[in-house]
Write a protein that binds this ligand. Sequence first.
Ligand SMILES: Nc1ncnc2c1ncn2[C@@H]1O[C@H](COP(=O)(O)OP(=O)(O)O)[C@@H](O)[C@H]1O
Ligand SMILES: [Mg+2]
Length: 258
Amino acid sequence: MQAGNKLVIAVSGKGGVGKTTTTALMVKALLGSGLRSMLVVDANPDSNLPEVLGVKVEKTVGDVTSELKKAIDRGELPPTVSKRDMLEFKVFEVLKELPEFDLLVMGRTEGEGCYCMVNDVLTEVVDTLSKNYAITLMDMEAGLEHLSRRTDRDVDYMLIVTDLSRMGFLTAARIKKLAEEVHINFKRVFLLGNRFPADKEAILNSYAKEIGVEPLGIVPYDDNVARFNLEGIPLLKLPDNSPALIAIKGFVKKIGLI
Ligand SMILES: Nc1ncnc2c1ncn2[C@@H]1O[C@H](COP(=O)(O)OP(=O)(O)O)[C@@H](O)[C@H]1O
Ligand SMILES: [Mg+2]
């Protein structure tokens, strides 16, 4: 990767297709590749990426924004401090800094109004924060919240994960359309087939063509991934010969991240 590039990669797709697994395996593939810095964002309200990465997180962005909302409602915010500055300060407070990467967990905010109030500011804060890292990886919902709608990025990739199911494919199409509707300007949009039988790659390829995205390839069902999940072992400890990890490493190279 060229020095100075700031890459933001969003991983999206239907629930259960393997977004968190894909994100964690990308983190593992990127570690030890000489990457200067990496920010990992868990943007799911039901966050489990920290657990999958083996990281303990005490507080989420949702927690601190809820606190901030309460402080504002009680009139406790000093008039000289802007909401944005306050939120940025709080986000830095919950940013988990680890030796190999930093982790930010969005979590939940309490109530709709709270979510609306902070969402735009939050998007901006994450946008600013991501400029400090060579790579930002975001494990997202299908809704694309928290994604910047500004287009001043060097590169923005969207990686849509699907399994071999109609709902997985339909959700992929919806995400692609949603990204266009809200004018998120991705440089490249990829479709990845997870838990795919080797002989079904052609189906992924033709569907990718149909919805106008680039087929990235398929990740096989991996017994190690399933076992690690069941036993609660972080995926960062996955052995190098695990088929899913080998596949993801290949994709990370293919799209030029290492
Ligand atoms: N390639 C794979 N091989 C075996 N199990 C997988 C694979 N990908 C995902 N899984 C399992 O499927 C379940 C859902 O995956 P997850 O990554 O949590 O999906 P999502 O984040 O999209 O909801 C988890 O139990 C995970 O361990
Ligand atoms: Mg997930």
